[in-house]
Design a protein around this ligand. Structure first.
Ligand code: LLP
Length: 431
């Protein structure tokens, strides 16, 4: 369910026409709908009612402070993977006691920042990391609340680049080594073992791998408790997939039923880290047609957004629906086109063989389901500044990240002493 619908032929985010934002903000831009973010959070939370979990929104999916803040006001905690995300979550008003710090390569500085902030728990992914955390916590004179992330060796049946729970993946501690690592952790003075964590991958559209991984975790928790470890929390990660087109994916209710049946009667506090399922369908990338080019074999609709703005199609061959911002009249003839960006790579393709009404320069298109892993994965490749993000609520919208300028980018750069600075005037003249 989302709130991007045509009203009188104009594609709107809630009650705001996207064409209006395009006029005022320029293109390309991201647009998020508050109502969709809130709806998805509530549906997810309601599905788990009775279990009373802590829902830690995976900030990596969309880390704009306005998005995190929208969720924080609904009671969401945060799952963060860097000092930067920690800072964003705190800035957005997430209570430190509702923040989980995950990630495979936390530095000592990041661990110290998390401990000083007083996060709920740190999910540790390896023994070397545990040693460093022990030292950092010891030197700060605090106890680090730790869950060890377990690699359950379960294939999530998703894209290989976002599979994390197989033994060949870099994530977590091999489940067969779990007992040994827990007894090591228990013997460390500044480490306080509080739980177990697992996360098998993202855009998981089949419940069976979740069930397999969670049953494995249930058995492990029982074993660890028998070993004398006080396992109070079970962090089940995120990963629930969403539809990018017409495909049918498990609902939060079905996912919750899987969780409940796998961990029933365990008496553990459950932590969940959903990202995509909350914000994925809550965002679009709006772009303007620059040229329409008749190639030898195909028609290319060249738009002003590119792979640097939305990397998913190039990186994962992801399919995002692309729709015109002005609705085609009934009976309009559709043409088969490739929608491509201006970046000098063939991978800079948003969609091939798409059926769209005849497009002309200046027309607007919306790339859908771009709320998760869109703006956060953008780069400035081809010296293209990061695009603005806007957030709609009912009939109003706000720019929640300004468009970066090329000057902003260049301002961080400088000439080394051995290169004479080109004459400033020549530079300003573009010479
Ligand atoms: N927890 C952990 C430890 C994670 O690594 C992730 C995602 C999540 C939670 C949230 O997963 P979600 O519910 O959003 O599936 N850039 C890729 C997705 C990478 C996901 C990385 N980890 C994409 O665009 O598909």
């Amino acid at each position: 369910m989302d709130h991007f619908q045509y009203r009188d032929g104009r594609l709107c985010a809630e009650a705001v026409p996207l064409a209006r934002i395009a006029e005022e903000v320029g293109t390309p831009f991201y647009c998020y709908a508050t109502a969709t973010i809130e709806h998805h959070y509530r549906v997810f939370a309601d599905a788990f009612a009775g279990l009373d979990p802590t829902i830690c929104y995976a900030v990596k999916a969309n880390s704009n402070i306005a998005v995190i803040g929208t969720l924080a006001r609904l009671g969401a905690g945060a799952d963060v993977v860097s000092a930067g995300e920690l800072k964003r979550a705190l800035a957005a008003g997430v209570a430190p006691g509702r923040i989980v710090f995950s990630g495979v390569g936390k530095t000592a500085d990041e661990m110290a920042a998390a401990l000083k902030a007083g996060v709920l728990q740190i999910n540790v992914e390896s023994e070397p990391e545990l040693d460093v955390l022990g030292q950092v916590a010891g030197s700060l004179g605090v106890d680090a609340p730790v869950a060890i992330r377990i690699n359950p060796d379960v294939d999530a049946n998703t894209h290989e680049k976002i599979t994390t729970g197989k033994s060949e993946n870099k994530f977590g501690v091999e489940w067969t080594r779990a007992r040994a690592v827990y007894s090591r952790a228990a013997a460390m003075p500044a480490i306080s073992v509080v739980g177990v964590a697992v996360h098998i991958g993202s855009q998981v559209t089949d419940l069976a791998p979740f069930r397999d991984a969670y049953v494995r975790m249930r058995d492990l928790v029982a074993m660890l408790r028998a070993d004398g470890h006080p396992i109070e929390r079970l962090d089940l990660g995120g990963g629930l997939g969403i539809p990018y087109g017409d495909e049918v994916t498990p609902t939060p209710e079905e996912y919750a039923a899987t969780v409940k049946s796998a961990i029933a009667d365990l008496d553990c506090h459950i932590i969940l880290e959903p990202g995509r399922v909350i914000v994925g369908n809550a965002g679009v990338l709006v772009t303007r047609v620059v040229h329409v080019k008749e190639g030898a074999m195909r028609t290319f609709v060249i738009v002003d957004a590119a792979m640097n703005d939305l990397l998913r199609p190039a990186l994962y061959n992801a399919t995002h629906a692309i729709v015109p911002v002005t609705e085609a009249a009934a009976g309009t003839e559709l043409m088969e086109v490739d929608v491509v960006g201006p970046v000098c790579e063939t991978a800079d393709t948003f969609g091939t063989g798409r059926l769209l009404p005849a497009m002309k320069p200046g027309d607007l298109l919306a790339v859908r389901t771009a709320g998760a892993y869109g703006a956060v994965m953008a780069s400035t490749y081809n010296a293209r500044p990061l695009v603005p993000e806007t957030l709609v609520r009912d009939a109003t919208y706000a720019v929640v990240r300004e468009r970066m300028s090329v000057d902003d980018m260049v301002a961080l750069e400088s000439f080394p002493p051995w290169l004479a600075a080109p004459d400033k005037a020549a530079r300003e003249a573009g010479g």
